[in-house]
Design a protein around this ligand. Structure first.
Ligand code: ZN
Ligand code: ZN
Length: 412
């Protein structure tokens, strides 16, 4: 350790130390009364220097210590409790917090006043630090505020350690090749997921989802208790997600294992999904990426199969009018339960006719984020203006929809 800075023992400090001698505090709590004086010293070291400077022996420590209830003397027990609470979890980084009897904290502030110390350090912050150092010394793991795997909470009055296991985040892109699979699992509306006759006891509206197909192997590999799926937007259940796929972050809740062989898991996900879902670019992610993925508003490309007998020339004429133009879309009734009902301005960036038959035609188009493509084609009873149906003057219906690309800018 580097040489500690000079410890400034002024008359004021000496007088305060003299008043603290008879209190029967443990060396940690005695030194902590002056905890914000000098650097590079432990509180017991501070206590020893002050006792030497005063030249009088302190009173025999009272048990349990009135400053900490012997928490510092029993630090080893608290390390045992933390290690036991963490048993079965893979961890490398951790932080410590603690809960104390409010009276003990109030007594501490009162003691600072009676002793006349303006340099006291709170028992909570000192305990959190010393406990963390002791856990680090025992385990070789890294205590610090940066990205902990585990957060220990010492409940001092109860004598218990609670552990919070931080989620593991995995980022990737998924392709969905099946028109019956929703992105996330939908609890059955009738039973709220408890299981009833209408869902055959599964508690789910659909048998499976991208979340479950992607998450299954990751849950098994990590021993997690569940998942949260954060997609960069979502496609309709009956739309495929093709091309490079859609970015997502999968959050694994209370994982037992954190070191995952993601390279091996991607093919395993595809194998078990049996052609319904594929993933790639799997990599570990940071928690902040959830917000970035959810808030991104990239343009999307679609292929749309449209049913409706319209001459090619008429379609091309309408597309010319639509390209690069703003449209006004009132929230479709089918999503009104999760979005507020208002009119949004959206833009058709590009659209072209790919092929046509007597019964219908196929479009490829690129739109601004949040455009309701089905409603733009069909008109949604006048809620989207202008719609393609209005432009060609014939009722149209979307036969199928595929998302060809999500044009996010993160270059994956
Ligand atoms: Zn103490
Ligand atoms: Zn049900």
């Amino acid at each position: 350790m580097a040489d500690p800075e000079p410890f400034p023992i002024t008359e004021e400090v000496l007088a305060a130390a003299r008043r603290a001698l008879p209190l029967g505090l443990c060396p940690e709590c005695f030194g902590r009364l002056f905890g914000r004086l000098g650097h590079g010293l432990t509180n017991p070291e501070r206590a020893a220097r002050l006792v030497a400077a005063v030249g009088e022996a302190p009173a025999e420590p009272v048990r349990p210590c009135p400053g900490c209830g012997d928490a510092f003397a029993r630090l080893g027990v608290w390390v045992d409790r933390a290690v036991a609470a963490a048993d079965g979890f893979e961890w490398h980084r951790f932080t410590c917090g603690s809960r104390w009897e409010p009276e003990l904290l109030a007594t501490e502030e009162h003691r600072w006043l009676t002793v006349g110390s303006a340099w006291g350090e709170s028992v909570r912050s000192a305990f959190n630090r010393e406990w963390g150092k002791a856990i680090g010394a025992r385990t070789g793991f890294d205590g610090g505020p940066e990205r902990p795997d585990l957060v220990f909470l010492g409940d001092l009055p109860v004598g218990r350690v609670e552990v919070t296991v931080m989620s593991v985040y995995v980022r990737g892109r998924y392709r969905k090749l099946d028109r019956t699979v929703p992105q996330t699992h939908w609890p059955c509306r009738r039973c709220q997921g408890r299981g009833c006759d209408s869902c055959q006891g599964t508690g789910k509206t659909y048998p499976t989802s991208v979340e479950e197909l992607v998450g299954g192997p990751l849950v098994e590999a990590s021993g997690a208790e569940g998942t949260r799926f954060h997609g960069m937007g979502r496609e309709d259940i009956d739309a495929r997600m093709l091309g490079r796929g859609r970015p997502f972050v999968l959050e694994l809740l209370r994982p037992r294992r954190r070191s995952l062989d993601l390279a091996a898991l991607a093919p395993e996900i595809a194998r078990r999904a049996d052609g319904r879902v594929e993933v790639d670019h799997l990599r570990p992610a940071e928690p902040e990426e959830v917000v970035r993925v959810k808030e991104a508003a990239p343009e999307k490309s679609y292929r749309v199969g449209v049913v409706g007998p319209v001459p090619v020339a008429k379609v091309n004429e309408a597309l010319l009018l639509a390209t690069g133009r703003a449209i006004a879309q009132r929230t479709p009734t089918r999503v009104a339960h999760r979005r507020s009902d208002r009119v949004r301005a959206r833009r058709i960036v590009a659209v072209r006719l790919v092929d046509a038959t007597d019964e219908g035609f196929t479009l490829e188009m690129r739109t601004e984020a949040g455009t309701y493509v089905k409603e733009w084609v069909e008109g949604d009873g006048g809620r989207t203006e202008p719609s393609l149906a209005a432009l060609v003057g014939v009722p149209l219906k979307v036969g199928y929809l595929d998302v060809l690309d999500v044009h996010d800018t993160e270059g994956e």
